[in-house]
Design a protein around this ligand. Structure first.
Ligand SMILES: CC(C)(COP(=O)(O)OP(=O)(O)OC[C@H]1O[C@@H](n2cnc3c(N)ncnc32)[C@H](O)[C@@H]1OP(=O)(O)O)[C@@H](O)C(=O)NCCC(=O)NCCSC(=O)CCS(=O)O
Length: 383
C-alpha cells in the first residue's frame, strides 16, 4: 500500500499494523457496505477479531489482552477505520473501557472485568455525555446517592457508543453538591440491571456499524465496591480518557481518509477522459498529491502524540492537535475523493460517499473542533 510508509516504526509496530490490516480487510471491509445499509450489529466480525486479540488491545496479557502500546493501538485503529469507520469506533470505545480499568481500577475490579472485556464476551461503553452536557462536561446532572452498601444512580445519558449492546459500562455521576469542584465519581455498572434502559438508538448520517444510544438510568443500583478510585475524583479520570481517546480518533479519521485516497487513486488510474486515464491530467494528479500530503502529515503527528502518551509525557495539547488536524483534514480528503470520482462519487456504487458520511463525526465526538482549539489555546497561553 504505497500511501502508508513504515518509516521509523519498530519491527513489532510494523507487524501489528500489517496483521491489523490483513484482519480488517479480510473480516471487516468485506461486509462494511452491507452494514452501512442494514445497520446490523457485527456479532460475527467482533468474535473473529476478538479471537485475534483486537478487542483487548490495551489490556495486559495477564488478563487475556494483547498488551499493546498506545502507538501500536493507534496503528491498528487506523487499519480498522480504513475498513469500516463505524467498526473502528465500536472497537475504540470498547478497548478504552479496558484502558480505563487498567489505569484506575483496583486489582479486584481488573480481575473481575478485564478477561470478559478482552475476549469481547462483554462489550464496553462509557456513559459520560448527557442531553445537556456535551462539550460542557461539568454540566452533568446524573446523580449517585449512597444507600447502604450500594449507590443508586439516576439520570439520562446521550451519545453512548455501544450503549445498547454493552455488557459492561462506566458511568460518570455526581456524588457531591453542585458547585463543589470534586463532585463527580466514576462507577462500574451492569447494563443487565433493570435500572439501565436503552431509550433509543440514534439514526445517524454515517458510521451505521457503531450503535449510538440514549440510556436512561432509573434507580440503577451499583455495589459500593464498583466505585473506581476515590469518591469525587472521577472528573479527571473522564478527561484523561477523552484526552487519550482523541489520539485514537485522529488515527480513525486518518484511516477513513486513507481509504478515500486509495479509492480515488484506483479510480483515477482506471477512469479515462480525453483519451487517457484521468490520473494523467495534472489537475487530478495535483489533487491526489494534496490528499496524500495531508494524510501523511496527520499520521506522523498522530504517532508523535501517541509516543508521548507511551512515554508518560503530558499529551493533552498534542492529543487535541492530532485530533483537530486529522479530523478537519479527513473531511476535506474524503470530499476531494468524491470530486475525483465526479458523479460516481455521489452514489453508493463506490465507497467514497460512505467514507465522507462516516468521517464527518470525527469533528464532533470525543470533543468538537472548537473544544480542541480551546484546550490548545489554554495550554499555549499558560506556557
Ligand atoms: C473543555 C474541557 C477540557 C474543560 O474542562 P474543565 O475546565 O472543566 O476541567 P479542568 O479544570 O481542565 O480539569 C478538571 C480536573 O481534571 C484534571 N484533568 C484534566 N485533564 C486531565 C487529564 N488529561 N488527565 C487527568 N486529569 C485531568 C485537572 O487536573 C483537574 O483536576 P483538579 O480538580 O485540579 O484536581 C472539558 O469540558 C472537555 O474536554 N469538554 C469536551 C468534552 C467531550 O469531549 N465530550 C465528548 C465526549 S465523546 C462522547 O460523548 C461520545 C460518547 S462515546 O463515543 O460513547
Amino acid at each position: 500500500m504505497s500511501s502508508v510508509s513504515n518509516a521509523f516504526l519498530s519491527e513489532q509496530e510494523v507487524m501489528i499494523r500489517e496483521s491489523a490490516r490483513r484482519v480488517a480487510q479480510e473480516v471487516v471491509a468485506v461486509t462494511a457496505a452491507q452494514r452501512d445499509q442494514s445497520s446490523e450489529w457485527p456479532h460475527a466480525e467482533i468474535q473473529s477479531v476478538a479471537e485475534l486479540g483486537f478487542m483487548g488491545m490495551l489490556a495486559p496479557q495477564s488478563y487475556g489482552g494483547a498488551g499493546l502500546s498506545f502507538v501500536e493501538y493507534c496503528l491498528a485503529i487506523e487499519e480498522f477505520a480504513a475498513a469500516d469507520g463505524g467498526f473502528a469506533t465500536m472497537m475504540h470505545v470498547h478497548n478504552s473501557s479496558a484502558h480505563v480499568l487498567c489505569n484506575f481500577g483496583t486489582e479486584e475490579q481488573k480481575a473481575q472485568h478485564l478477561p470478559g472485556l478482552a475476549s469481547a464476551k462483554n462489550i464496553g461503553a462509557f456513559l459520560l455525555s448527557e442531553p445537556h452536557a456535551g462539550s460542557d462536561t461539568a454540566a452533568i446532572r446524573t446523580s449517585a446517592k449512597r444507600d447502604g452498601d450500594h449507590y443508586v444512580i439516576n439520570g439520562s445519558k446521550q451519545w453512548i457508543s455501544n450503549g445498547s449492546e454493552a455488557g459492561f459500562a462506566f458511568v460518570v455521576a455526581a456524588t457531591g453538591e453542585p458547585g463543589s469542584r470534586n463532585r463527580f465519581s466514576l462507577f462500574i455498572a451492569d447494563p443487565k440491571d433493570p435500572g439501565y434502559q436503552v431509550l433509543r438508538i440514534e439514526n445517524k448520517l454515517g458510521q451505521h456499524t457503531a450503535h449510538t444510544a440514549q440510556i436512561q438510568l432509573d434507580n440503577l443500583r451499583v455495589p459500593a465496591g464498583n466505585l473506581v478510585g476515590e469518591e469525587g475524583r472521577g472528573y479527571g479520570k473522564a478527561l484523561s480518557l477523552l484526552s487519550d481517546g482523541r489520539i485514537a480518533i485522529a488515527a480513525l479519521a486518518i484511516g477513513v481518509a486513507r481509504a478515500a485516497l486509495e479509492a480515488a487513486i484506483r479510480y483515477a488510474k482506471d477512469r479515462e477522459a480525453y483519451g487517457k486515464p484521468i490520473s494523467a491530467l495534472q489537475a487530478v494528479s495535483f489533487d491526489l498529491a494534496d490528499m496524500a500530503m495531508q494524510v501523511e502529515v496527520a499520521r506522523q503527528y498522530m504517532i508523535y502524540a501517541a509516543r508521548r502518551r507511551d512515554a508518560g509525557l503530558p499529551s493533552d495539547k498534542e492529543a487535541s492537535i492530532a485530533k483537530l488536524y486529522a479530523s478537519e483534514m479527513a473531511e476535506k480528503v474524503c470530499s476531494a475523493a468524491i470530486q475525483v470520482h465526479g458523479g460516481y462519487g455521489y452514489v453508493s456504487d463506490f465507497p467514497v460517499e460512505r467514507y465522507y458520511r462516516d468521517v464527518r463525526v470525527t469533528k464532533i465526538y470525543e470533543g468538537t473542533s472548537h473544544i480542541q482549539k480551546l484546550i490548545i489555546a489554554r495550554q499555549i497561553l499558560a506556557e
